[in-house]
Ligand binder design. Structure first.
Ligand SMILES: [Zn+2]
Length: 472
């Protein structure tokens, strides 16, 4: 397999530390709000990476943290505390907010067919580990106390900008987010390991530490949680491109200073989801969540397909028109698979041959669109029905588009063949009207259309595969 490594800025042959085994770490969500579909693009592509490794017979252990403490609105330790902000907005405690949005995140993952990592660890579980690592960094001279907080001293490093792509503009932290720079810092890029004297008097979560009662900075958690479960050497660390700086840069700084050796070999970064105005989660307008897509009548799996159609290292342009197209493609694909009858016996040699093709295609820096092309090649091939279905089911271990399940559940094309054509045209027209109403969030009209159909003895049902109808 080959993957692009942000550390070397090249596509490299993937060689794990231990043959056949892969240790993989994912930066998890800060659970103060619903996840934006732009952030979920990152989790979808990381899921494909993990599943491709498994498909290529690697034994993968994947760990993800949940940030439930210490993340300020600017990644560089300034601005508001995200968790406190969420709690205030909803008149709940910080722990209630964390629980609610952690569950919401898991539910989004399930809807997008993202596998749960082997280990999911909330930051608040690991305070002792954070304190141990910070103490060691102080002892080794990589950290200092100032204004009663503990900071990492970036001037002690041989090199700090490990990803080599820092522009001055990105470093103008104080200017960019319109917040005041922390005057305790000795160097511009030093970062907080432990807050004791904080400007947040109402910080709900506090722990005893050798430096007084306080709470951890954001970056420390990923270093500690990954080492706790994956040891001192790790193969792949994943995240979104916006995690590269300062978050991943700081993770490497503190981890390698603590360990005294190289920590993680491959860094995998997924690019932004954009719209006409720029990075979506930062732009104004509707806050796009999986639930909102569902309310508008979309199948979340169609959003997954939309993501898989393009490469993870390119920004992806989102629009509802583009999502409509992906959903249309999905429906056509499912219909084509539904037309494949499970005839003949599975040709095991062909199954193996097509598996190798898939590993070669998708294993080349997670080229998901090539994987989808192969799916069509299977459908077009001369293989018998049983073999085609077996290969498609196999590919779906990585693509996770419910291909066989949706095809088997989809109604045969001639389901309403014996109904009065006039009635069919009328009902389908109404279903289209209702879909348009839903898209415009006119739920009243959508409900009225459903009621109108019911009055005429037609029951409609929303399913993952689309709207179905029958006579009551
Ligand atoms: Zn992280």
């Amino acid at each position: 397999m080959k993957i692009y490594n942000s550390l070397t800025q090249r596509v490299e042959e993937f060689v794990p530390n231990e043959p056949g085994k892969v240790s993989m770490y994912t930066c998890g969500p800060t659970v103060y709000h619903f996840a934006h579909i732009g952030n979920l693009r990152t989790y979808i592509m990381e899921d494909v990476l993990e599943k491709t490794l498994r498909y290529a017979d690697y034994d993968v252990k994947r760990v993800m943290n949940i940030t439930d403490v210490g993340h300020l609105s600017s990644d560089a330790d300034t601005g508001e505390d995200k968790m406190i902000k969420g709690a205030k907005r909803e008149h709940k405690t910080v722990m209630e907010i964390a629980k609610f949005y952690t569950d919401a995140f898991f539910s989004d993952m399930a809807k997008l067919n993202i596998k749960m990592p082997d280990v999911v660890e909330p930051a608040t579980n690991c305070i002792d580990e954070f304190i141990k690592m910070i103490s060691a960094l102080l002892e080794k001279g990589f950290a200092y106390k100032a204004g009663e907080n503990i900071y990492f001293d970036t001037s002690k490093l041989k090199s700090y900008y490990v990803f080599g792509n820092q522009s001055e503009e990105e470093l103008m932290v104080g200017v960019r987010d319109d917040v005041t720079e922390d005057t305790n810092k000795k160097n511009k890029n030093d970062f907080v390991l432990w807050f004791t004297k904080s400007k947040f008097e109402d910080q709900a979560l506090k722990w005893d530490s050798p430096w007084g009662v306080g709470y951890p900075g954001w970056h420390i958690e990923c270093s500690c949680i990954s080492m706790k479960h994956l040891g001192e050497k790790m193969d792949i660390h994943c995240g979104g491109v916006d995690n590269m700086f300062p978050h991943h840069t700081n993770e490497i700084a503190q981890s390698e200073s603590f360990l005294g050796h190289r920590w993680c070999n491959y860094w995998f970064h997924v690019h932004h989801l954009n719209d006409q105005t720029g990075k979506m989660s930062k732009s104004k307008g509707e806050f796009l969540t999986v639930s909102l897509l569902e309310k508008k009548g979309y199948n979340p799996v169609a959003y997954r397909l939309f993501c898989l159609q393009s490469h993870y290292r390119k920004p992806l342009m989102f629009s509802f028109e583009a999502l409509d197209q992906a959903e249309g493609t999905y429906k056509k694909l499912i219909n084509r698979i539904a037309s494949v009858k499970a005839e003949g016996s599975t040709d095991e040699a062909a199954l193996k041959e097509w598996k190798n093709k898939f590993v070669e295609a998708v294993g080349n820096d997670i080229n998901t669109s090539m994987g989808i092309t192969l799916l069509y090649d299977v459908l077009k091939s001369d293989l018998n029905g049983a073999t085609k279905r077996a290969i498609i089911a196999d590919y779906d271990k990585v693509l996770s588009l419910d291909l066989i399940k949706a095809a088997d559940a989809s109604a045969p094309a001639d389901e309403h063949a014996n109904d009065d054509p006039e009635l069919v045209a009328y009902v389908e027209g109404k279903i289209a009207e209702r879909k348009a109403a839903k898209k415009e969030k006119n739920f009243e009209l959508a409900d009225a259309i459903r009621a109108e159909l019911l009055e005429k003895g037609i029951v409609i049902e929303d399913t993952r595969e689309g709207v179905k109808w029958k006579k009551a």
